[in-house]
Design a protein around this ligand. Structure first.
Ligand code: BG6
Ligand code: MG
Length: 229
């Protein structure tokens, strides 16, 4: 079966669209730490499980969720102040980042894709995506960067990936999306993309396949696995 799938190239994949935080770079932990700092300063805390719901979600949507968990109501201007404070804390972590923060296998996969002629784009909710990719010296691999500065709708809306596919001149069904967020997997599926969940099947089970890491992953094997999923 696997052999047949490979030889027929059943899926006709032309491009890969990568989420950034938690897929390419190990920054999901820094978003969590910075939001936690804000929650603690406001007198409450939230769990790692709750944090899963923040992955892929824009900065202002995130603060609304967190304040809801803490039962706190703030004016719009105070919300904007705290969101900006959280971003300052996050940027402090980001400034210290280097290539060591690339997640296992991500660079190798991107390099393999490039060598084999696949198109590559970023599909991130973050407004700090270009900075993060620059810090780990991976900016040049991406033909298109669609990030929180360009989108108007947050994941699980598929807009970010639709814009990525359009920038690469590809159809959704010709693209694989790599995502660590439940909202991101939902966005990929809603847009008609193939989805690879990075993390646990507990919350990413809607993806075509779920991997715990990109370590040792090659594109042919991945396509074969998706094809029989
Ligand atoms: C996503 C993260 O990639 O970007 C979220 O998963 C984050 O946790 C969102 O809130 C927005 O990021 P930023 O950098 O614009 O605050
Ligand atoms: Mg992510």
């Amino acid at each position: 079966m696997l052999k047949e799938v490979k030889s027929k190239n059943l899926l006709g994949i032309k491009a890969c669209l990568f989420d950034l935080d938690g897929v390419i770079v190990d920054t999901a932990k820094y978003h969590y730490k910075a939001w936690k700092k804000m929650a603690n300063a406001l007198g409450f805390d939230f769990s790692e499980k709750e944090n899963e719901q923040l992955k892929g979600v824009s900065r202002m949507d995130s603060i609304n969720l967190i304040l809801g968990w803490g039962g706190i109501t703030l004016s719009d201007s105070d919300k904007a102040k705290w969101a900006s404070q959280k971003n300052d804390w996050y940027l402090e972590y980001l400034q210290q980042m280097d290539k060591k923060e690339i997640l296992p296998g991500a660079l190798e996969l991107v390099q393999e894709l490039k060598a084999k002629g696949y198109r590559i784009a970023l599909g991130s909710s973050s407004k700090n995506a270009v900075l993060a990719l620059s810090k780990v010296e991976m900016l040049s691999y991406f033909e298109a960067i669609i990030d929180g500065t360009k989108t108007t709708r947050s994941k699980p809306d598929p807009q970010v990936f639709q814009m990525g596919a359009a920038a690469l001149n590809c159809q959704p069904a010709e693209c694989i999306v790599f995502e660590d967020a439940e909202s991101g997997v939902a966005a990929a599926i809603a847009g008609g993309f193939y989805a690879v969940g990075m993390g646990s099947p507990d919350n990413l089970g809607k993806a075509h396949i779920v991997l715990s890491s990109l370590k040792g992953v090659s594109i042919n094997d991945l396509i074969a696995k998706i094809a029989i999923s």
